[in-house]
Every structure is written in structure tokens, then in C-alpha cells.
Design a protein around this ligand. Structure first.
Ligand code: GTP
Ligand code: MG
Length: 465
């Protein structure tokens, strides 16, 4: 059946009822089947003992599900009537025991009743098309499900509550006003309206350009929050970096040996630390001079890893004196991180051996060998990273949004250029670029979104969401 879109209200008129299992495959305590659409209730009534006429909305109903003639399971049915349901249509959620057989039987029965298997993200897509949420909020549902740490969860919640559209509204309102002013002058030259104030417009455009770029620049942080923060473990050869990686992971991941220069390639592993899941990166030990080509390449990779990390963990072997050359190397690692405002934590390793380093070295005392001090180190790392990700601002986490903002900022630049270059006859060009800018900003919230754009976005969702 054809889907009808009405671009003005985004109202989505779809007669089809869709069905999908909303819980992950495999055995679990409970599993959920969802049905949404025109006659979701009627279809559910073909296999559930429910009274369609008297079903109480939003009230759990303990009932029986049948598989053909046979009893299948005792289930809980929840009915959300249109238009206030999450999808904007009649929606019914059936919670059964999480047996793959029960759930697949429920789904098969739903499909036999005439429902269609839902496409990935189709429930959320229907929410969007029925005006329940804008496109940025619909995409935030995906982020919320993917969030595996507190910062990512917070960023997704802010987006889901309309953070992106609110930020964009503040940018769009003055642009709409500016466009209306220019268009009034263009459309009604006979009325001798006051000409658009060029310098006032230029000042405003400058501000708006800055706001768009500021918003776009949150993408770097947004991306990091979702990919997890990166901790680079660096230091002199043989200081115990790989041993510390293994101790933090709780398993022997990296090769450890008494030969300096053991680690050549970087080794990346995720570890759970409180609410965060940072990526630990073990690197080749840095030394001032080496003739070994492979070691040189390893050190180059260490510097790359340092650049791309959010925190530097410098490991120092406290059982060995540090030469002035080595001290310079260590301090340069710390300096590079601090220059980019990244936190640095020192781990003074080999606490099981007598201290031979100078007293001015301070850090968290650990023994990677005996796994001592590891908990304290984890706490310090987690708290430094938590400070990094604290904040309640709206972050951009999608490349699509970032690209739209970048294009919108280029259009703002063109509006300003039109005013400056064509003094006296700039209105048409400026109006064109203002409309383009608003179109790009509208893409983020899905104003008049094309079908193929929606297909691309929702295909990334899981079925049942
Ligand atoms: N006594 C003691 N020895 C340790 C400790 N941590 C590491 N070692 C030893 O120090 C040596 C070097 O350890 P690695 O973990 O390979 O050091 P690394 O910093 O990764 O070395 P490179 O990869 O060569 O840069 C090994 O012999 C480890 O067993 C520790 O806490 N106490
Ligand atoms: Mg190593």
C-alpha cells in the first residue's frame, strides 16, 4: 500500500499495521512484541483474549495468547490508543516470557492476522511522520539505545527532549525575520518600504555565523562521547606500560618483557570504569634516540595516539633513576597533552621495588606486577574523564547534522558577501542564500524530509524500535 505524506503537517496516513519483536534475539526473562497501525487491536485480538471494545488504555492486562488452537503463553498486553500513543497510531505491546519459540510464534500469528513485518526503525519513523517528534529527536532514540556511558546517555536525552530543535530555533528565528523583511521589499517595490538595514544585517549575520559554527564544533566532543574516551598509556621503554594495560584490563592482553622496546604497534582495548567505557591504548616506549627503524615507527605511532587521545597516562618506573634526557622526554609528553587542555595522570609503577627516582616525581603509586594501586588509578582516571564530559550543553553527535550545519554556515557567509559585494542591489541573492541556509537547518529536524533521506536514517535502527 502506498504511504501518503502531507508535507505541511508531516501527517502520515498509513493503513498498514506493522509488527516486530522489540527485544533482542535469544532467551531472556521477558520479550516484547509490538503492533502499531490502523487495526492493531483487531489483529491482536485474533490471538489474544481481549475485548477490543472495552480495552482500557495504558493499563496492563494479564491475558492469554493462543498459537492456533493451542494456548501459547500468559502475557501482559498494554494498549496505547491513537493519537497520543508513541507512534501516533493504535499501538499494542505484548510482553511474554522471553522464549524465542513463544516470541516467534507470537510474531507469526500477528503476521497471519494480516500485519506486516516492520522495517528497521519503522515505529520511530511513524512517530516522526505523525509529528510526535522531529527528525533529530528520532535519531536521538538510536543514540539513547547505543549510549554505553553516562555522558553519551545525557547527550542523547538532551537531544531527545528537543535540545537540537531548540538551539536551531534560536538561529532560525532571526533568519526568518531577515528573509521576510527582504522579501517584502522585493515583492512590493511600490509600497516603498524602508530598505533592509545593511549594516544591522551584517552584524546579525556575523553573530549567527558564529552560533552555527559553535554548534557544529560540538560534534568533535559528541563523537568522542559515543566512541568512548581514549586513554593513551605512554612513557619510557620498560616502565611497565603494557603490564599496566594488562592490570587495568584484568587479563594478559599485551606482551610484557624485560627487553626495552617490546611494544611496537599500538594496542587498543576497552575497559569499563564506573559509568565510562574508555579505550586504553598501549604504546611503544618513547626514547630520545633509536636507530631501529621499527622502533622509530612505533614511536611515531605513539605520538599519533597521544594526539588522538583524551587523557595521557604517563607510566614511570620508580625503581630506576631517570636521566636528564629521559626527564625531558617524559615532560614533553605531559606538556603536549596540557597544551591541548587534556588531563595528564602519572602512575609511579613498580611500587614493590625500592624507590630510586627523585622526590619531585608525584603520581599514583602502583605495582602492575602485583596489581596493587590499580583501583586507585582507575578512580583517578574515571574522575578526570568525568570532569571532561561534564556539562549539560546540546551536543551534535551525527555527521549528517554536522554537514548540514557546515553548509548552513557557508550560506550565511554568502548572504553577507552578497550584501557587501552588491551594495544597493543585493536583496535577491541574499534572499536566495538565506532560503538555502534555512533549508539546510531544516534538514536536521527533517522539515520536508525526502523519502530516501528517511530510508537512509531509519535503516540504521533496529527492527522493533
Ligand atoms: N617488579 C616489577 N616489575 C614490573 C612491574 N611492572 C612491569 N614490570 C616489569 O618490567 C618489565 C617491562 O614491562 P613492560 O610492561 O613490558 O613495559 P613497557 O613499558 O610496556 O615496555 P616497552 O613496551 O618495551 O616500552 C617487565 O619485565 C615487567 O615484568 C611492577 O610493577 N613491578
Ligand atoms: Mg610495552
Amino acid at each position: 500500500m502506498e504511504k501518503n505524506y502531507s508535507s505541511s503537517s508531516q501527517k502520515f496516513l498509513n493503513e498498514e499495521t506493522i509488527a516486530a519483536i522489540a527485544t533482542p534475539p535469544g532467551k531472556s526473562a521477558l520479550g516484547v512484541l509490538r503492533l502499531s497501525g490502523h487495526d492493531a487491536l483487531k489483529k491482536a485480538a485474533t490471538f489474544l483474549q481481549i475485548d477490543v471494545q472495552n480495552l482500557k488504555p495504558r493499563t496492563a492486562l494479564l491475558t492469554r495468547a493462543a498459537w492456533g488452537e493451542n494456548f501459547l503463553d500468559q502475557v501482559v498486553a498494554l494498549y496505547f490508543p491513537k493519537p497520543t500513543s508513541p507512534t501516533g497510531e493504535d499501538l499494542i505491546e505484548i510482553t511474554a516470557h522471553g522464549s524465542p519459540f513463544i516470541l516467534s510464534s507470537l510474531l507469526k500469528t500477528a503476521l497471519q492476522s494480516g500485519a506486516r513485518m516492520a522495517d528497521p526503525g519503522e515505529f520511530t519513523r511513524r512517530s516522526f511522520l505523525n509529528g510526535k517528534m522531529d527528525l533529530s529527536q528520532a535519531e536521538a532514540v538510536c543514540d539513547l539505545i547505543a549510549a554505553d556511558n553516562q555522558a553519551a546517555h545525557r547527550a542523547a536525552l538532551i537531544q531527545l527532549s528537543g535540545g537540537i530543535s531548540n538551539t536551531l530555533r534560536k538561529i532560525k528565528t532571526p533568519l526568518f525575520e531577515m528573509l521576510a523583511h527582504i522579501e517584502a521589499c522585493l515583492d512590493h517595490p511600490e509600497e516603498e518600504l524602508p530598505p533592509p538595514p545593511e549594516s544591522e544585517f551584517l552584524t546579525l549575520l556575523h553573530e549567527i555565523h558564529g552560533s552555527i559554527l559553535d554548534f557544529a564544533s560540538t560534534y568533535e566532543r559528541g563523537k568522542k562521547i559515543f566512541s568512548g574516551p581514549r586513554i593513551c598509556i605512554a612513557g619510557l621503554p620498560n616502565s611497565g606500560k603494557s603490564s599496566l594495560l594488562n592490570a587495568l584490563l584484568g587479563r594478559d592482553r599485551a606482551i610484557v618483557s624485560e627487553i626495552p622496546g617490546t611494544t611496537r604497534d599500538t594496542i587498543e582495548e576497552s575497559v569499563s570504569m564506573g559509568n565510562l567505557t574508555p579505550l586504553l591504548i598501549d604504546t611503544a616506549g618513547v626514547r630520545h634516540k633509536t636507530e631501529d627503524a621499527v622502533e622509530k615507527e612505533g614511536i611515531r605511532r605513539t605520538h599519533d595516539a597521544l594526539k588522538n587521545s583524551d587523557l595521557t597516562l604517563i607510566v614511570i618506573d620508580r625503581s630506576k633513576e631517570i636521566s636528564s634526557e629521559e626527564e625531558k622526554t617524559i615532560l614533553s609528553l605531559a606538556e603536549a597533552a596540557r597544551k591541548e587542555n587534556k588531563p595528564v595522570i602519572f602512575a609511579l609503577n613498580k611500587s614493590d621495588l625500592p624507590r630510586r627516582i627523585d622526590h619531585h616525581w608525584e603520581g599514583i603509586l602502583v605495582s602492575a606486577l602485583l596489581k596493587e594501586g590499580i583501583l586507585d588509578l582507575k578512580k583517578s582516571l574515571a574522575s578526570a574523564l568525568a570532569q571532561e564530559s561534564a556539562g549539560h550543553e546540546v551536543l551534535i553527535t551525527s555527521l549528517r547534522h554536522h554537514e548540514a550545519l557546515t553548509s548552513a554556515s557557508a550560506e550565511i557567509f554568502s548572504v553577507g558577501k552578497a550584501i557587501q559585494d552588491n551594495a544597493g542591489r543585493w536583496e535577491e541573492r541574499a534572499a536566495f542564500h538565506l532560503r538555502e541556509c534555512l533549508r539546510f537547518l531544516g534538514e536536521i529536524t527533517g522539515d520536508n524530509a525526502e523519502k530516501d533521506v528517511l530510508d537512509a536514517i531509519f535503516s540504521k535502527f533496529c527492527v522493533g524500535k
